[in-house]
Ligand binder design. Sequence first.
Ligand code: TXA
Ligand code: MG
Length: 339
Amino acid sequence: MQTIVQKINEQSLREAARLIAAGQVVAFPTETVYGLGANALDSEAVHRIYQAKGRPNDNPMIVHVADRETAQQLSIFTPAAQTLADAYWPGPLTMVLYKTPMVPDVVTAGLDSVGLRMPNHEDALRFLRACALPVAAPSANWSGRPSPTTAQHVLEDMDGRIPMVLDGGSTPIGVESTVLDLTGAIPVVLRPGAITPEQIALLLGACDVAESILRPMRDEEPALSPGMRHRHYAPRARLTLVDGSPKSVAMAICAAADAHPGAQILAMEQHMPLYHGRPVHSLGSDAREAAHRLYYLLREMDNEGVNRIFCETLPADGLGLAVMNRLARAAEFDILRVG
Ligand code: TXA
Ligand code: MG
C-alpha cells in the first residue's frame, strides 16, 4: 500500500472522508498527538487500526467527535460530563462514560464504557466534520513507539501500512489527552494530560488520580485503563531519571554520563550550564515546553541509535504530571534519587 501525505485543504479532506467511509484508516493531527482514525461504528474498519498499529486487541480506543450530540448518542452523557464539556470541550480531555449499544465491542475492547473526546484543533474538527462519523483513533505510532507529534513521525511508523496521512504540522501540546473515568461516584484521572486533576476537582468537587500514574502497576490490580498495562513506550536506549535538587541531579548525571560513553542527557533549559561540554538536549524552560518536545527528542535519539539516556525529573504538577507519567514509563520506573 502506498501512503500519501497531504496538507489539509478541501480536496484532501474530501479524499480522507471518502477513505473513512470506505472503512480505511487515515492519520490526522489533533492538539495533543496525531491519531490513527477509522469509522468507530464499523468493526472491520476499527480492526484495521489494530492491524496497522500492531497493537494488542485488549486496549480500548478513544472515539473522537465533532460535536456533543454525537457523544450523547454514543454514551450515557451524565451531568458531570455536561459540566466538563462546557468547560473543556473541545479540548485535551477524554471522558470515559457508559457506552450505548451503538459503539462496537472492538472499539472498547469489550468494556461497557467508552472514551470520548472532542479535539481542540481546527484541522481535526474539519476532518471529523468532513467524515460526519465518530472516529475511533489511538495515537498514530507503531505500538511501543512514542506518540507522533508531526506527520513525518507518523510516516516513520506507518509508511506502507495506511493509505493517507493528513499533515497539519506539529501538534501544539505534544502529550496525549487526560483520560478521566466518570463511571464511578468520584471522577478518576486514569492518564494525566493538559487538563489537570485540580481543574476537574474545581468543577466537580473532587477528583482522584489513579495510583498507577507514577509507579508500576501490580499484576493483581484491575486494569482500570488497560492501556496503562502495556509497556507504553520502549525507547531503544535505556533511560534513567534522576530526581533531587538541580545541582545534585546535574552532578549525578554528569558522573553517570561520563561513565557511559555515547550517553545523552535531557535537562531543563535553565540547567543547561550545569552540563557544560556534555551532549545535552533542552526540554525547554517549563512543563509546557517539555511536553511539546518530549516525544520529538526521544524519537530523535532513537533514530540516532543512542543507547543510554539520563534525564532530569520535573515537578509532577500541572502538565508536569503528564510529562513525568510518560517519562517514568519510558524509563520503566528506573528513577535514581539524589540529595
Ligand atoms: O490525545 C489523545 O488522547 C490521543 C489523540 C489521538 O486523541 N489518543 C490517544 O489514544 O492517546 P491511545 O489509544 O494511545 O490512548 C488511549 C488511552 C489508553 O490508555 C486507553 O486504555 C484509555 O485511553 N481508554 C480508552 N477507552 C477507555 C475506556 N473505556 N476505559 C478506560 N480507559 C480507556
Ligand atoms: Mg498511544
